[in-house]
Ligand binder design. Structure first.
Ligand code: HEM
Length: 395
């Protein structure tokens, strides 16, 4: 008898058919798919294996930094966090995945950070483009390059300490003040000027945009295709994603500084001068948009990370006063020896203060500034970690 599609209707699905379809679906999901699933043997939360929704949920909830640690405690060093995504907690794998010369490219999570911009060092996923771009600015970010700016950062530090001493009888939020400080440091380093945040004791409404952009990137980066659908529809539906602040507000701050620099030179050398030099020497490859992008990257990548790290180190020192005491002893010994001043600790001295260095490293270890993974894609040959084979293409 020929097949007649019109004979199919919801009414024809009696309860027997519904149970049969349900059972077949369960067999496909639970029995057949795992055999075809290359990550089937990697343990992880049930819902994470089926869709990126699990990652989106925790990115939106903002508990990824705790959740990932719980999962590794429960399942071990390799945990499945998505249909094509795993989280690896293994010190040996760090060098393999992130080390210089590693062939693990950044995943599409980064595409939402870059948007349509051509030059973005942080978000660039093409390794050869990234290394070309990186070569232009490498010496600017080298240790010796950054040390040139030390005297100007000392000025910011003394303004900061004098502001704190004016408030020495008040309770203040040191996390917030660390952020005001870090922002003014980045302003001095990049544009030879503080943003005036520590002087005025306010971020003038800036941090909310950075926080919004970070929260937005955290979840939309799990479903980058949705970012691009939004991008395509935005002429009609408007902008609903705060990650675009990174391409908008922060870029406006640096665009303003770049255009002012053309008419008013800076009072002392800064990173913007150096970016402009690169532009003058390579106008075709490092255009003015690249100058703006690097300046905006400093604000975005440098301020929050530095502030979180300072806040974490101070927090742990307050939590463990015996370690604070020990650190103070080291600081007083250096002061008594005349190697450091009240508001000035030269890098060359700080580098050789073992207890201070240990406190900094421990603070960074206990509270990493970036609270979620920075995903990389396994190259075609696959990756073997702790006896588990992770196929190419997995994040
Ligand atoms: C304690 C402070 C800091 C921490 C913990 C930190 C952390 C990081 C991390 C983890 C990355 C790699 C991101 C990835 O692979 O996806 C990165 C990249 C970057 N950071 Fe920082 N950062 C800090 C301070 C700064 C500062 C002060 C600046 C600027 C003056 C800065 C500028 C950059 C730039 C431009 C990149 C991109 C580099 C590239 O892709 O080649 N960072 N940072």
């Amino acid at each position: 008898m020929p097949f007649d599609p019109s004979s199919l209707s919801f009414e024809s699905l009696n309860s027997f058919n519904v149970i049969t379809v349900g059972l077949l679906t369960a067999v496909v999901i639970l029995v057949i798919l795992p055999f075809r699933d290359p990550l089937a043997s990697v343990p992880g939360p049930f819902w994470a294996r089926w869709s990126p929704a699990w990652m989106v949920y925790h990115a939106l909830k903002g508990d990824m930094h705790r959740k990932m640690i719980q999962l590794h405690d429960k399942y071990g060093s390799i945990v499945r966090t998505g249909p094509y995504e795993v989280s690896i907690a293994d010190p040996d794998a760090i060098q393999l995945i992130y080390g210089a010369g590693a062939s693990f490219k950044k995943s599409d999570w980064y595409s939402v950070w870059q948007g349509r911009r051509k030059f973005d060092l942080f978000a660039e996923r093409d390794a050869s483009v990234h290394s070309t771009n990186r070569r232009f600015v490498n010496s600017i970010y080298s240790f010796s390059g950054l040390l040139e700016f030390e005297p100007y950062l000392d000025n910011v530090l003394s303004v900061f300490l004098s502001r704190l001493s004016q408030m020495d009888t008040q309770r203040i939020d040191m996390g917030y003040w660390a952020q005001l400080f870090a922002f003014d440091v980045i302003g001095e380093l990049t544009f030879s000027k503080r943003f005036g945040f520590i002087d005025e004791g306010t971020d003038k409404g800036t941090f909310v945009h950075i926080d919004g952009a970070l929260q937005s990137a955290a979840w939309i980066g799990q479903v980058p295709w949705l970012y691009w659908v939004h991008d395509w529809l935005s002429p009609w539906i408007g902008n609903h994603l705060k990650i675009t602040n990174r391409h908008g507000l922060l870029r406006e701050i640096s665009a303003r500084e770049v255009s002012q620099r053309n008419s008013v030179p800076s009072s002392h050398p800064d990173m913007l001068d150096k970016f402009m030099d690169v532009h003058r020497n390579h106008p075709g490859q490092f255009d003015i948009a690249a100058v703006m992008s690097m300046a905006a990257s400093n604000i975005f990548a440098g301020s929050d990370t530095t502030a979180i790290s300072i806040g974490a180190i101070l927090y742990y020192l307050c939590k463990y006063p015996q370690h604070k005491e020990k650190l103070m002893e080291e600081i007083f010994a250096e002061a008594d020896a005349g190697r450091i001043g009240r508001t000035n600790v030269p890098y060359k001295v700080a580098r050789d203060m073992p207890y201070l260095q240990a406190c900094i490293q421990e603070g960074l270890r206990c509270h990493p500034a970036v609270g979620m993974s920075l995903p990389r894609v396994v190259p075609p040959g696959g990756l073997a970690v702790n006896g588990v084979h992770i196929p190419g293409g997995v994040s």
